[in-house]
Design a protein around this ligand. Structure first.
Ligand code: SF4
Length: 230
């Protein structure tokens, strides 16, 4: 087995320093009811949490649960989320997943990762968020664009694909920190280690970060993807 890098050997200590610095780190989507959270996470793909939170009150005022989504037309849902990217596709997914929840899970969001990823529009990231935030079950590490970039910059992975990054982070960190790990990295990615302008000069872990002072091109998506996502 190849010797572990210094960044990997100190990963847990580095993470604990970041965690102390971002003591308020949490999922920024408002809902905690499992179904409403599932809806919010599906809507959040390639969209900011703030934009999703803005459409939720009106959406849930008329469709608060799986039963009401299951009997809605996708066009009705689309009308209420049309400020969100890919809203037509997401509306279809929401109606489809609500139908499956009514038909196969007695109207309740399943607490099993494998059942969640069978629902339309639900991938590993969405399932891990719901398992962690709604049920407190660490099924895996949520790898979004911030977690991907930060874990590369911090030297915790050289992988490029979210699933491979999740696998490596899950091996480096103990299960009991998997849920909070993502929240902390997302907060650090938004507040300090941003994609375009990482503020290494005021970063609390710059003394141990292998990318400190030279991070601009580490962990960033290729330019074509950047122009689509940023
Ligand atoms: S030192 Fe720079 S690159 Fe490393 S985590 Fe901090 S802000 Fe990001």
């Amino acid at each position: 087995m190849a010797p572990k890098s210094k960044a990997i050997r100190y990963a847990l200590t580095t993470f604990e320093r970041l965690r102390a610095h971002h003591a308020d780190a949490d999922c920024e989507l408002v809902p905690r009811d499992p179904f409403q959270l599932l809806v919010a996470v599906v809507l959040s793909a390639q969209t900011t949490d703030a934009a999703v939170n803005r459409v939720l009150p009106d959406l849930f005022a008329t469709m608060p649960d799986a039963a009401s989504f299951a009997t809605a037309q996708p066009e009705q849902v689309a009308e209420k989320i049309k400020t969100i990217g890919m809203y037509r596709q997401k509306a279809k997914h929401l109606v489809g997943l609500a139908k499956q929840i009514m038909e196969h899970h007695q109207g309740q969001v399943p607490r099993q990762f494998d059942a969640l990823v069978q629902l339309p529009g639900v991938g590993r990231k969405t399932a891990n968020v719901v398992m962690g935030v709604a049920f407190g079950i660490p099924s895996g590490v949520v790898v979004d664009t911030h977690v991907q970039r930060l874990s590369q910059r911090l030297g915790w992975t050289k992988q490029q694909q979210p699933e491979s990054i999740e696998k490596e982070l899950s091996a480096v960190f103990p299960k009991e920190v998997w849920i909070i790990l993502s929240h902390v990295l997302i907060f650090h990615g938004r507040r300090v280690c941003t994609a375009r302008a990482p503020a290494c000069e005021r970063c609390v872990v710059s003394d141990v970060c292998p990318s400190a002072g030279k991070a601009e091109n580490v962990g960033r998506k290729p330019s074509r993807m950047r122009s689509l996502r940023e």
